[in-house]
Design a protein around this ligand. Structure first.
Ligand code: SAM
Ligand code: SF4
Ligand code: FES
Length: 341
């Protein structure tokens, strides 16, 4: 019985591939699964929610991932790059609202050289906050340089552990290299975040179960996962499907297997369901990453359609999310929000 499997996972934090598949295929036990993940979150991490302010500082990318609106072949997108000082200023404003953790994300954009990134990281670190990078695949030497400049964490989703699927969706990229990047980041002492896209065309339930086991095996510190949302300006535009509930199921299973890690309620979840982040926070998540980029750049970082918060200001988002967190009896953390070991 799948209920027994959920009870077992809640106590032992282990499931086999066959057991994961059985739960993923059974939608009659969703509510029990979400409640179990919520109990595990509460037991290990309490009611605090960590806020990470995310700056999407460039939508230029040299890669061509078939699912992503920032892919180099997409000519229907106006490209932008923020200057180093602008990035530092955005972080400064976010810190003045109360953020203790800043995430810098971009396409794979070689415009930002080592010196520029060092300048940005050092200046933001001097504000007394945690710095997370999400800049894609880099060399060991580059990751080392950012780490020495003060970066604490790195987010690099594996996207899918199905190598064939990965190769078909990420032309010119190697699955082996992505895994090597994650290993390098671990070796360098970063807190490492990874995750997957749920609902990719030709993705199987079996491979999603493998993804979850991969997260457990690599002992990831953070797992950010979300539904794949078809983008009109990409080759996958025809694969429109609502992957919201499946992504919540996968997230809940990740919480059961990795009880003390940080798991964000992701923007893509809320883009598909107007209560998406609240549902996620009540199904195992303990982190939210509000957008602190300003002005038209929020719209231009168009990975997928229907992205939330494109017309709001960072201040509006901050107040909005604080209200949502309070409305479900949770509290905003005042700490840096490292993984609790
Ligand atoms: N370029 C870096 C990278 O790929 O790691 C960071 C930026 S990238 C836009 C961040 C994440 O967006 C990717 O890891 C991917 O999972 C997600 N993403 C891309 N296209 C998406 C889509 N159509 N729907 C949902 N998420 C998507
Ligand atoms: Fe570039 Fe990341 Fe989008 Fe791939 S997912 S095209 S690497 S921004
Ligand atoms: Fe942006 Fe609610 S978090 S409007």
């Amino acid at each position: 019985m799948n209920i027994d499997l959920i009870n077992k996972a809640e106590l032992k934090h282990n499931l086999t591939k066959a057991e994961l598949i059985s739960i993923l295929q059974d939608n009659s036990i969703n509510s029990e699964l979400f409640k179990a993940a919520d109990r595990v979150r509460k037991k290990y991490l309490g009611d605090e929610v960590h806020l990470r302010g995310i700056i999407e500082f460039s939508n230029n990318c040299k890669r061509d991932c078939l699912y992503c609106g920032l892919r180099v072949s997409n000519k229907n997108i106006k490209r932008y790059r923020l200057k180093a000082e602008e990035i530092v200023n955005l972080a400064n404003r976010a810190v003045s609202y109360g953020y203790r953790s800043i995430v810098l994300q971009s396409g794979e954009d070689e415009y930002y050289n080592l010196d520029m990134l060092k300048y940005i990281i050092k200046n933001i670190k001097s504000m007394g906050v945690a710095v997370t990078l999400s800049l894609g695949e880099k060399s060991f030497a580059e990751y080392k340089y950012y780490r020495e400049a003060g970066a604490d964490r790195y987010l690099l989703r594996i996207e899918t552990t199905d190598r064939e699927l990965y190769d078909s969706l990420d032309p010119g990229m190697l699955h082996e290299n992505r895994k090597m990047c994650l290993e390098s980041l671990k070796k360098l002492g970063y807190e490492v975040g990874t995750g997957n896209l749920v609902g990719l065309p030709n993705q199987t339930i079996e491979s999603i179960a493998e993804d979850i086991l991969f997260f457990k095996k690599m002992d990831a510190d953070m797992i950010g996962l979300g539904p794949f949302i078809a983008n009109e300006d990409t080759p996958l535009k025809k694969f429109s499907k609502d992957n919201f509930w499946m992504s919540i199921k996968v997230m809940s299973l990740v919480r059961l297997l990795l009880p003390n890690i940080n798991i964000p309620a992701t923007t893509a979840m809320e883009s598909l369901n107007k209560n998406g982040r609240i549902i996620a926070l009540q199904s195992g998540a303990n982190v939210v990453m509000p957008n602190i980029t300003e002005g038209e750049y929020r719209k231009l970082y168009a990975i997928y359609p229907g992205k939330i918060c494109v017309n709001e200001t960072p201040n509006q988002c901050f107040n909005c999310i604080i209200g949502k967190i309070g409305s479900i009896g949770r509290v905003v953390s005042k700490g840096l929000g490292s993984r609790r070991k």
